[in-house]
Design a protein around this ligand. Structure first.
Ligand SMILES: C[S@@+](CC[C@H](N)C(=O)[O-])C[C@H]1O[C@@H](n2cnc3c(N)ncnc32)[C@H](O)[C@@H]1O
Length: 458
């Protein structure tokens, strides 16, 4: 790989004797991997092709993912390179907590956090760029989550909504991406000797917003996929110097993981508590992770609710009440399909019905692309359940299931009408295949009408 000369000089100077091994690692192929979704059936076909286990991530494997496989389309796996997988383990969120993933798209870390939280509590997954936020929402829908809210805000806007609100915050920051050069060589085109310092400035602004949203006693994880000390140790040192209530939390180092390098910043020995993943030491791409804890007292009182809502309304994203007729239609659907379902808070965006997590009082004033679990759409006095619901529920919540063969599943994702069991009553059914929920179908006199979204068909 043809690396920029200034990049080579910089790391020769920083790494000394180690520089040749580091620079040669750029000529090795990028490492692939995937995580398994513990809430779904085992993705046997993908696991059979795995080339190894990622030692430090219980759900992590090495190997490639087929984006058109049932395992992927059903949300049983997420493609993620092995070093990036360590971030979710370091965040270590617990079920029931309030967690923020501030720079979340396309959702690799978010899906990991959902799994570690057992989808209990509240996870706000935010992305500043709308197009990327839409991809994030789609990836989360496939993974299956009821407790995640997807927002499309700048950190500066989000901080006004959630003062001292979260138990844990992840800032997986936009960075100079040096650690991804092998995977995405196009990233080298943006690189100049000044680029890391520019990124570091932007990261400090994001971190300052993140800290306003962290509860006293809460933890902040800061990660990058770059080797640049300006963005890594120097930003960690900046945090410690700027926020006296912050201390560094030691991160467990598995074989092949390196300590942070205090000498690349202000010499504060605590910086060694961070972790560096170098591709010449570990089978993965480049990453840096630092973990901080905010003092439990002395940073002002804990505000348990959300901030007062801003009077900001965005077209198409107002939170409306659910009408009596809509409640009845949804209740009829539940009675037929999942009689024990207890929504947390029902809300509509236009004709779309969502179940919003109980831990959030409102999404008013927020650009929420997904204010919770998408339950379905109201259409002329009918309720049509959403794919998101099928992908998020435990199949045991319903007896209205039709199991498809792999051939039938292929026809289903292609958009074809299927023939169904003649002995079943007409109505909505959860379609399953090899133990995975794959979507909804409406049985009408022995024919299964296909409700797989047109934009996802292949
Ligand atoms: C490293 S990526 C996040 C990857 C993601 N956490 C994952 O695991 O899939 C950083 C994200 O930050 C977003 N970003 C860019 N500029 C930003 C800014 N000024 N504030 C907040 N986020 C920003 C990017 O669009 C990008 O999605």
């Amino acid at each position: 790989m043809k690396l920029p000369d200034a990049f080579i000089n910089k790391y020769q100077h920083l790494l000394g004797d180690e520089a040749p091994a580091f620079l040669t690692s750029f000529d090795q192929p990028a490492t692939g991997g995937f995580r398994v979704n513990p809430a779904k059936a085992a993705p046997t076909a993908t696991l059979d092709r795995a080339t190894g286990k990622v030692e430090y991530v219980p759900t992590g494997y090495r190997g490639a993912v087929d984006g058109k496989s049932l395992d992927h389309v059903a949300g049983a796996i997420y493609s993620q390179e092995p070093s990036a997988m360590y971030v979710g383990e370091v965040v270590a969120p617990q079920p029931g907590e309030r967690v923020l993933d501030l720079c979340a798209a396309p959702g690799g870390k978010t899906t990991h956090l959902v799994a570690k939280m057992k989808d209990q509590g509240l996870l706000v997954a935010n992305e500043i760029f709308r197009k990327r936020a839409l991809v994030l929402a789609e990836n989360l829908e496939r993974w299956g989550t009821a407790q995640t809210v997807v927002t499309n805000e700048s950190p500066a806007d989000l901080e006004k909504q959630f003062p001292q609100f979260f138990d844990r915050i992840l800032v997986d920051a936009p960075c100079s991406g040096e650690g991804m050069f092998r995977k995405e060589p196009a990233g080298m085109e943006y690189w100049t000797p000044d680029y890391p310092a520019e990124c570091a400035n932007r990261q400090r602004k994001i971190l300052a917003s993140a800290l306003k949203m962290l509860k006293p006693g809460g933890t902040l994880v800061y990660s990058t996929c770059t080797f640049a000390p300006e963005e890594d140790e120097q930003n960690a040192a900046w945090l410690l110097a700027t926020y006296p209530g912050l201390t560094m939390v030691p991160i467990k180092k598995y074989p092949g993981m390196d300590d942070g390098r205090p000498e690349w910043a202000d010499g504060n020995p605590d910086l060694a508590k961070a972790v560096r993943l170098f591709p010449h030491h570990i089978a993965g791409e480049g990453h840096f992770i630092a973990k901080f804890q905010l003092a439990a007292t002395g940073s002002g009182s804990v505000i348990s609710g959300q901030a007062k809502k801003k009077k900001k309304h965005r077209k198409g994203h107002q939170q409306d009440g659910v009408t009596k007729e809509q409640r009845q239609l949804f209740s009829d659907f539940c009675q037929w399909f999942m009689p024990d379902y207890q929504p947390h808070q029902l809300l509509t965006y236009g004709d779309q019905l969502y179940d919003m997590p109980a831990e959030i009082s409102s999404v008013e004033g927020l650009t929420a692309l997904r204010p919770g679990l998408h339950l379905g759409t109201f259409k002329k006095r009918r309720f049509e359940p959403a794919l998101a619901l099928a992908l998020a529920i435990d199949p045991a919540v319903t007896t209205r299931r039709i199991d498809l063969s792999t051939e039938q599943w292929r026809s289903y994702v292609h958009g074809d009408v299927l023939s169904g069991p003649a002995e079943l009553s007409n109505g909505w059914y959860l379609l399953t295949c090899q133990g995975f929920n794959v979507g909804f179908g409406k049985l009408v006199n022995g024919t299964v009408k296909n409700f797989y979204p047109k934009g996802l068909r292949f």
